[in-house]
Write a protein that binds this ligand. Structure first.
Ligand SMILES: NC(=O)c1ccc[n+]([C@@H]2O[C@H](COP(=O)([O-])OP(=O)(O)OC[C@H]3O[C@@H](n4cnc5c(N)ncnc54)[C@H](O)[C@@H]3O)[C@@H](O)[C@H]2O)c1
Length: 362
């Protein structure tokens, strides 16, 4: 077993400790105060699958509890939020108790919102269990639930104090939990000038990635990149954080039109392909991002979503109503060259043309 990576990243006064490696859950006890009462919101799928491996959360402090939730996108609604709040009150969870989660991005988004709002904020520990949640949703503090058919429309910015990214959840799982997160790693490799692009290019297939050492390396680099971007624009106001949304305008439309049958990761990587076409059509891209992304996807056997099965008119309607629309324009971060992005007002016709062209290739 290789040594776990452990580092602290700061945003102003706020510090988050990241521990990344295989079988690292004993660190839960390092970050819970003596006999501190805790509540852990745990994905029922993860609970079943890793029953032998997960610690006894009731042991953290007197009165601590584990509350399992049936996860996936359907968890992120007001009813589940109310249910969790009721459980917290019934169990007399205090403001200075610890709240944690074990699961993918959906459990993370819900628990983050609960942590931010219960008694105006509690200490949050994240134990993300999919690659996507380890490299993306557990970093940067965005949380939220869906309402009125709109994704993440209710939410806050609230960061975890501790993130334990345990690669065992990935090495012991099916490849699909890896493929979904790899799209986001490809995104980080493209949007920032770091060595991640060359590191990722060294892997020839998924098999070479699915081990403790490679995963720890890729997750650590991704965490640092996302944290660095977020800390320069925490509230998503000065355009820096916007570059993280590469692929998300089209990706969110795909998630929405498929009623979340398409996973977040696959939707975003497909969105990156379509938005690369948009960038080329607008004369913004200096590199051939479509080919660069396709090459990574082929290597790691990530299949794009077959967009031809959906109505392009309906997708355009969703995009028009997207939260990134201002003054009738759709603002999309587009790649210029490796490590350089720009935020552009994109005409609807170019999005439509690109979606038609992409669907024609399927
Ligand atoms: N807050 C943010 O910054 C942010 C960023 C990106 C994505 N997100 C959100 O994250 C969500 C997607 O997260 P996700 O891809 O992790 O999906 P998810 O939480 O739905 O998890 C996917 C499925 O995998 C199961 N699962 C989780 N870990 C597992 C494991 N190790 N082995 C086997 N099964 C496992 C879950 O039970 C679930 O059925 C979306 O709601 C998206 O909006 C949030």
């Amino acid at each position: 077993m290789t040594e776990a990576e452990r580092f602290i990243l700061k945003r102003g006064e706020f510090e988050t400790t990241y521990i990344i490696g295989e079988k690292i859950l004993q660190h839960i006890w390092d970050y819970s105060k003596d006999n501190q009462k805790a509540i852990f919101i745990v994905s029922s799928n993860v609970d079943k699958k890793f029953h032998e491996y997960l610690p006894d959360f009731g042991n953290i402090g007197e009165g601590s509890i584990k509350f399992t939730v049936s996860d996936g996108e359907n968890l992120k609604n007001i009813k589940s939020y109310q249910k969790i709040m009721s459980v917290m009150l019934e169990n007399q969870i205090e403001k200075n108790s610890l709240i944690g989660y074990v699961g993918g991005g959906t459990v993370g988004d819900m628990t983050g919102f609960v942590a931010a709002t219960y008694k105006r904020g509690m200490k949050l520990m994240a134990i993300p269990t999919t690659l996507l949640s380890q490299v993306d949703s557990s970093i940067g503090g965005k949380n939220g639930i869906n309402y009125g058919g709109v994704k993440n429309v209710i939410g806050t910015f609230y960061e975890p104090s501790v993130v334990l990214a345990d690669t065992y959840f990935l090495t012991a799982s099916e490849d699909s939990y890896l493929r979904d997160g790899l799209g986001e790693i490809i995104k980080y490799a493209i949007i920032e000038k770091t060595d991640l692009f060359s590191v990722l290019s060294q892997f020839n297939d998924l098999h070479e990635i699915k081990n403790e050492q490679s995963l720890t390396r890729l997750i650590s680099k991704s965490v640092r990149i996302k944290h660095d971007i977020v800390s320069r624009d925490f509230y998503d106001q000065n355009g820096i954080r916007a570059k993280l949304n590469f692929g998300h305008t089209v990706g969110h439309a795909l998630e929405s039109i498929s009623k979340s049958a398409v996973s977040h990761g696959r939707a975003i990587v497909t969105g990156m392909l379509v938005e690369s076409m948009i960038s080329r059509k607008m004369g913004i891209a200096e590199d051939d991002f479509y080919s660069i992304i396709t090459e990574f996807m082929n290597k790691f056997s990530i299949k794009p979503v077959n967009t031809a099965q959906y109505s392009i008119e309906n997708m355009l309607h969703i995009i028009r109503n997207d939260k990134k629309t201002r003054d009738g324009n759709i603002y999309i971060p587009l790649p210029v060259k490796l490590g350089e992005m720009s935020l552009n007002a994109v005409p609807m016709e170019i999005i439509s043309e690109s979606l038609h062209e992409f669907s024609g290739k399927q």
